[in-house]
Design a protein around this ligand. Sequence first.
Ligand code: BGP
Length: 478
Amino acid sequence: MGFRKDFLWGGATAANQFEGGYREGGKGPSCADMLTNGTGSSPRQITRTWEEGMYYPNHTASDFFHHYKEDIALMAEMGFQVYRMSIAWTRIYPTGVEEEPNEEGLKFYDAVFDELKAHGIEPLVTISHYEMPFYLTEHYNGWASRELIDLYVKFCGTIFRRYKDKVKYWLTFNEINCGTLPLGNFMSLGILNEGTRSFLNQVDIPQLRYQGMHHQFVASAKAVKLGHEINPDFQIGCMIALMPTYPLTCHPRDMLKFQQQWQDINYYCGDVMVRGEYPHYAPRLWDEQGVKLTVTEEDRKILKEGTIDFYSLSYYQTNCVSHKDNESMIGGNLLAGVKNPYLEASDWGWQIDPDGLRYTLNELYGRYQIPLMVVENGLGAYDKVEEDGSIHDDYRIAYLRAHIQAMKEAVGDGVDLLGYTPWGCIDIVSASTGEMKKRYGFIYVDSDDFGNGSFRRSRKDSFYWYQKVIRSNGEDLG
Ligand code: BGP
């Protein structure tokens, strides 16, 4: 059994990591604009002003702002049927509190959507992807404030109305469950507590973080309702970062820890957004975190009325859990874990596990019974440009091939899978480290970690390979 005939093949990026043009077209500063560069060993810093001598990689990123025509043409050449992108909130509402949207920002996305349409590519838009007006951090401490709900819904209303005939697929928040981790304070919730400087070691007040996520759930549900009123054909999804774990051993304590980790990190947000209410284990989790959540009757009603249409996820790697605290650890997307003795890891220490994707898709589909979409997956790796300009990224092809094979097996298991948009289809700035040299793309961008370079685009070997995969609807993975 293969992929459905209308399976959507494409790629994904996010405005803050791809667009650049941070001061053009009336754009305001976003949270991502306040993050310095970092590396695998030295963390990014969060600064409240742009500091002399610091470098801010998201300001320039890959300069899609000036290259979008060329980039979309390259996507079309690969055969993309869908392109997952995000709208920078700060291009539309530079501080988030304006009454009227910024027309120049709206025009930019009109141009992008028109270009996609001319090439027969369907946009899939993340409304908020690790980028919110920094003004909202400074004046409201981000999503910790209930007032963010209306400001977000205003933003949604503006873009839903403007693009109602150009965009059908929407995601309300990128990796909303990033807020279940202290790392999510600034990146996902715009919360910046006094004393935070290091991106990896933020001052954490769980009460604010969980209340902030609750405000996001309510905002998302309101957006779903509003979107369906504006255009009943809209398909609006959630987006969850899957951080799957295995029990390191069959010790019953490992098994219990494994179950709790899935509940607390992988299921918590999806359960609310798909089912419209908090799951049975939520009070246990709040209790452990010392959280007393304020949930009004009106909130409960909205959560029920605004459940999402499909479930989308990011998947990069898996880790293990153990009840012992002296096991060797390894990194991962958003969350580190216990090392799995059976898996190899990427250059950034993320363990490669295609079978884990098949397992995950089965788990999610069994739990929710709504269509799934894999909207992020891929290998961040160093690429070498040969003298003749070619880039032989066979490691990336091997990673993607194995994961597409695993998705195909999940489809054979009966999972309803709508599409696949591998991450950073054109090289972008890394979210965790701010590096450019951690590359995911089928297309190389000539820029280094400090924005030096011609920004010229070139096709890697994986470009031609993926073109074949798309042409054969995932049958030719050779
Ligand atoms: C996800 C984010 C992306 C992204 C990706 C890869 O968590 O949604 O924004 O960047 O991970 O992570 P990184 O850039 O750290 O390699």
